[in-house]
Design a binder for this molecule. Sequence first.
Ligand SMILES: [Zn+2]
Length: 353
Amino acid sequence: MNFETCEADVNLILSKHFTEGRGGHQVDKIVVHYNAGNLTCEGCFSVWQNREASAHYQVESNGRVGQLVWDRDTAWHCGVFSQNQRSIGIEHANLSDGTITETCLDTGAHLVAALCKMYGLGRPEWLVNVYPHKHFSPTSCPGQIYGSQKDAYIQRAQHWYDVMTGAIQPEPEEPATPLPDALKGFQDLDPNAWYVSAIEECVLQGYMSGYDSAHFGPTDHITRGQAVCAISNAARADLTEILEPFKDVAPSPYYYTAVCWAVQEGIVSEQENFRPDDAATRAEMCVMLCNWQHGESVGQPTGYPDWPEVPEWAQEAVAWAVEQGVISGSGGKLNPNQPCTRAEAAAMLANLL
Ligand SMILES: [Zn+2]
């Protein structure tokens, strides 16, 4: 719902059971209703196909708002046609005891405020510019909105009206946690995310950098080419010596010298094509780090139910990575065959070093 423009979440405009135009009348009031049921916008639309009734808006229990008759037209909602011509009708989904949910109350009241502002009706006030349906017809409608929730409803509408007209300032939001200085330019990092200190460390130490000054891609999968570059950076490797390349690594990409170094160091195997653009799995990342560090494991880690998923060729490296605190496993899972994200790779490097 856009309360500034009064555009609803969904428009389900009826083709019958309303009157086009308002007979030249201006809107001078809001009339509040309840469904006598817990309906959706679609549910109201369906009911009003057969019942000779309608309202401009429906507010669902979850706060979703639908428009079923345009404001410029006359909805058939309060039982008195001359009042219908001068009013906007808002329906609310209600619970079995006639009350409405907190979300429905807040949204309905916000809508009342928005309409009072839009049509210049002034601050919402019962029986001044906001009316219960029962004021015009013998009915229980709008249930507890004009009973136990009568004061709460209008007070919330007044609050929203005051916010919308600038009479009061909205509650100040929590001051945002800033990113550390080293990460300031990155627009795709969440300052509150778990990975911030690890990525900060990797950027400060020059292990990893962003794609550009604004994008780090923390949730992107790290490619094998990127992974080898990060490790060569972390190793402060001398990349001036170039050996025989893999046959799918042309001697021009950014990772070429790093891959050559990694082969020489035994970090990646010469046995197969390097697949530089494939995502590195978490197990592959462990193997590269373990090979680099000449790590040896003392045994199989316990407490990881998905250990059997670790490929045999990666078992020693993954065990070593757990022992060294390089990986801890999220939620008790190692996820060895999942692609490693760039944030996870940063965390592994930061943990290791
Ligand atoms: Zn009603």
